[in-house]
Design a protein around this ligand. Sequence first.
Ligand SMILES: Nc1ncnc2c1ncn2[C@@H]1O[C@H](COP(=O)(O)OP(=O)(O)OP(=O)(O)O)[C@@H](O)[C@H]1O
Length: 373
Amino acid sequence: MNAYYLQTEQMTVGYHGKPLIEKINLCLRRGEIMTLIGPNGSGKSTILKSIVRQLRPLGGVVRLEQVSLEELSPQAVAQKMSVLMTDRLQPELMTCREVAAAGRYPYTGKLGLLTQRDWEKVDEALALVHGSALADQAFTAISDGQRQRVLLARALCQEPEILVLDEPTSFLDIRYKLEILSTLKELVRQRQLAVVLSLHELDLAQRVSDLVVCVHNNAIERCGPPEAVFTSDYITTLYELTQGSYEPGYGSLELPRVQGAVKAFVIGGNGEGIGTYRRLQREGVPFVAGVLHENDVEFPAARALAVEVIAQKAFEPIGAAQYQQAMAWLERCERVFCCCETFGTMNEPNRWLKQAARERGKLVDWTEVPHGL
Ligand SMILES: Nc1ncnc2c1ncn2[C@@H]1O[C@H](COP(=O)(O)OP(=O)(O)OP(=O)(O)O)[C@@H](O)[C@H]1O
């Protein structure tokens, strides 16, 4: 049986004896990634700090392989668990290689001397996070993102069985965000690590996590696989979104649609309309989109940003009713944008719409439209 590696049983966390979240029960196996999400100040870091003993839980037990952390020596814990928290470390006069090497101390003797083998592990870990070139630079003289990678190397060369990371991707540019999360995913697969982390990037959380834990309203409000958590309705509730919307398919956010008298009609399809919808939104132009198949990749963006979307059921040719509805809007609008170059049997009426717009002198070449339509 694949037993749980990490378990929190009725763990209550908080500060100065005052509970913030009570009776938290979380379970994680090796080979799995658990991600904590939730709004600022909801308690993600507090939970992580309590798991790693930086903060003493106010109640309950944290177990590693069924053994309470209280019963394990600090060195035994350090050989199993590496931690990367957001606290800004400012070690004076240390090179990045020396900072990363601190991860090896659970394995050194009393004098803390590193062997050749230890240094090899340090260099391997630096290479894993693409930090080899930073090795001899002063830790205080590199960027926040570079520092984050060196600290991850420190956590990795500790050769843990479980990694606990608080917002490991903050400060990283998109390349390193992707690289760090892919490295983590690979380590989880190859070394059967267990990983607990907190993330603010919902799109990344959706892609890397086996389990997502939602922290909100002083509770673990929901916990489950990403498919169960990342629904538009729930993410709106979790983050108390009052503006814009969340699109679960891509894990993306859209700004609120522009309301008001409709000025433009967009003939979309094939994903090519998304850029136009966003530009009209940015420029404050209320628009209608159509005729779009409900399974078109751009349908969610159109639904989020257009005043109205004229939709056709998936896999069905555009029907007469939808075409007439679109024509009625087209007649009323000042401008028509067509993002499609190609038409087929399923969207032939969109070609007629484009032709109608051209005949009425309404068809706009987007590239020639000045800003502030
Ligand atoms: N040392 C502390 N003493 C007392 N209260 C604290 C302390 N640190 C954090 N808190 C409070 O605990 C609550 C949870 O904070 P925490 O840092 O765990 O949230 P978070 O979900 O990690 O937030 P963020 O997404 O902004 O990092 C907040 O209300 C915060 O003000």
